[in-house]
Design a protein around this ligand. Structure first.
Ligand SMILES: Nc1nc2c(ncn2[C@@H]2O[C@H](COP(=O)(O)OP(=O)(O)OP(=O)(O)O)[C@@H](O)[C@H]2O)c(=O)[nH]1
Ligand SMILES: [Mg+2]
Length: 437
């Protein structure tokens, strides 16, 4: 049987076909980082042109009096990128705070919203209609904090880029100090840290503190810098530093700062400024157990991603699990239920393929997860792809056996071909860019 990827676990093979598949989906007019890393595609609700702003205009969306004045001679110096997922209630309070602390700078804010469904993007666009400092990128059928930040930064042409959360947990009053440190000193990045003297984690309970510290320790495997808070999502860097790194970013999961440090070819000159993590203002946390899973994916990608794509490792591992599921179901049907072998094998194959598909949808392709009708259509496509994969597997294995007579070599070769086929085709036809709804 062929249940997604057969027996392939781990891997020594450097497959030239895979990076080519990973780099798909860069197309005009959508903008993307044309790297061989995973796809970075923008769905943008406005243009990628820099907005030109009036330095002294009032809070966006708060009062329109004078707020729409545009001084076309002032180039935006700072872009604040804010990833959002269901943050509607936090938008106006955050804009008020940004407006008050950044009043001496020429700045803009770009909200990158993953089609929240609570009206976040609509509200941002409404405010943006009266204030050129506010912009919105709405991504459809995509999820992921890091990739959202990357796309936000790519759409800016400001000299400096900051990233912060929407829920007011990051202390915006640090932004001017971050900016002046970058302007006056020879630094690559300024990080808001909760773990240097003067900083704090606010109301975290002990378990969250422990998890954060543990993750920071694990990150040492891929970060060379002595950062006290590599899990921070609050930082500022010059755009050329970002541009220098962007093609090597993984864009996986929640930890964009760790990704930046781990992707830089040279050690980054950094400074940490203390801040106290505040309590979320409104809305709900998006942290869940799968965020930890994405953290592991990011670590793996940084450790072995240059040899073999981490998604392929996961896909192949899920295939291995599928084989176990297949054997268990086959045993139950054959020996406990008393079905014929053909019926048992058919049932086991369907169960294994279906569970493989569901597991891959949640874990391997969490950022492109399919739901509703698209989930069902994807499942049908998965059955078909795996059917072809099985034919290719058996055909190639047969051929190798005919050549060599080594059963194990024939079996392994067939399984590899089946797995690569399934991975390649499903990543192009199933977990790909969304079509029109
Ligand atoms: N675009 C986008 N933004 C996201 C996604 N997940 C989270 N965010 C945003 O990223 C920021 C951080 O997410 P939070 O849920 O606040 O995570 P956290 O601050 O680590 O956790 P809490 O302390 O529980 O709030 C918020 O502005 C979220 O709206 C996502 O999948 N896509
Ligand atoms: Mg938060």
């Amino acid at each position: 049987m062929e249940n997604g990827s057969g027996l392939l676990n781990g891997g020594l093979w450097k497959l030239s076909v895979l990076p080519a598949i990973k780099g798909r989906a860069c197309c005009v007019p959508e903008q993307c980082a044309s790297s061989e890393r995973d796809v970075i595609v923008m769905k943008q609700s406005d243009t990628a042109e820099p907005s030109r702003t009036d330095v002294e205009s009032p809070a966006p969306g708060v009062s329109k009096e004078g707020g729409g004045a545009v001084n076309s001679s002032v180039r935006t110096d700072l872009t604040v990128v804010v990833p959002t997922f269901r943050e509607r209630e936090n938008i106006r309070p955050l804009l008020e705070k940004l407006s008050s602390v950044l009043s001496g700078l020429s700045w803009e804010v770009i909200f990158v919203d993953d089609d929240s469904g609570d009206g976040t993007a609509e509200l941002v666009r409404e405010i943006a209609g009266g204030d050129p400092r506010v912009r919105c990128i709405q991504r459809i059928g995509r999820r992921g904090l890091s990739s959202a930040c990357i796309e936000g930064m790519l759409s800016s042409s400001a000299k400096y880029l900051a990233v912060m959360d929407a829920d007011l947990q990051h202390d915006e009053s640090l932004l001017p100090a971050m900016h002046s440190a970058l302007v006056s000193e020879d630094l690559d990045i300024i990080v808001g840290s909760r773990y240097v003297a003067g900083g704090g984690v606010g109301e975290w309970d002990r378990s969250r503190l422990w998890v954060s510290r543990f993750a920071s320790r694990l990150s040492r495997a891929v970060i060379k810098a002595e950062l006290s808070d590599p899990m921070s999502g609050f930082f500022m860097l010059p755009r050329e530093v970002f541009q220098d790194i962007v093609r090597r970013l993984s864009g996986i999961g929640f930890k964009i700062l760790m990704d930046i440090f781990a992707s830089s070819r040279r050690p980054l000159r950094f400074r940490e400024l203390p801040y106290t993590f505040r309590t979320r203002f409104a809305g709900e946390s998006k942290l869940d157990t799968l965020v930890a899973w994405e953290f592991v994916m990011l670590l793996l990608d940084k450790l072995v991603g240059h040899i073999i794509p981490v998604r392929f490792i996961l896909f192949a591992s899920v295939g291995g699990l599928g084989l176990l599921i297949h054997l268990a179901v086959l045993y139950v049907c054959l020996h406990l239920v008393g079905l014929s072998f053909v019926m048992s094998q058919a049932t086991a194959t369907m169960v294994a393929m279906t569970t493989n598909y569901a597991i891959n949808n949640v874990f391997t392709y969490r950022d492109k997860r399919l739901t509703g009708m698209r989930f069902s259509l994807g499942l049908l496509t998965f059955y078909m792809v795996c059917g072809f994969g099985a034919v290719a597997n058996v055909g190639i294995a047969n051929f190798v056996y005919w050549l060599d007579k080594a059963w194990w070599l024939a079996g392994v070769t067939g399984a590899i071909v089946g797995a690569v086929w399934n991975y390649a085709v499903t990543s192009v036809f199933i977990w790909t860019k969304p079509k029109k709804a």
